[in-house]
Design a protein around this ligand. Sequence first.
Ligand SMILES: [Zn+2]
Ligand SMILES: [Zn+2]
Length: 244
Amino acid sequence: MIKGLNSLSTLIELKVNSAKNGGRCVACLSPNAFNGLCIPCQNDLPVNRWYCRLCALPLPFSAGNAICGECLTSPPPFTRTLAPFRYQFPVDGMISRYKFNRQRKFARPLIAGLNHYLAHHLAHASVTLPEVLIPAPMHPHRRRKRGFNQAQEIAEQIGRELGIPVANSLVRRKHKVQTQRGLNREQRLRNLRGIFDVCAKVPERVAIVDDVVTTGATVRALASVLSIAGARDIQIWALARTPG
Ligand SMILES: [Zn+2]
Ligand SMILES: [Zn+2]
């Protein structure tokens, strides 16, 4: 099943990504895939079952409306984070292949999962429908290098499904930041200060869309800017959340 993802050879990868084999599971090559994964591999994906209701940090237990320590000591400038998967095997590898090698097949099952998850939350929970989706902006230089902004692609697919417009140029990333790795929380926030620029009127209800929410420092910085610009209900929608 999904363990096979580890041993995908380049040749098999090519096969999986060719149009001819479009119906195959990206993890085990079973021919009965739906949205890129067969049912057993779909069921093996690490679902973010228990999580902080503000930042979606995975929690080891079920605790209803739990809030993590970080959000308790330093409340975030957003109302909630919705991320259906945990950023661990095999979701981490699938997102990397999509992001760095532009292999959209690996993102398809995750985006479908996010769509399903959002539809469920919008129908059953007290989640309000945002007026626009804002893809986490990428610095133009990096975007040119990568060829696309994965957050924008995800936002456009989600937006189409849910009927929400995507505001691609509402926020601009002004300059590159040094890598966040190895920095503590304070340093991370300082590192990110002043990197986002709001270019147009911001509606009251928005959702920031990204592929992965990691430390939350980037979305905190982006949400702060949007909040200052007038947003009142800011949600974060992502494919996956890192465990810490
Ligand atoms: Zn499979
Ligand atoms: Zn939290």
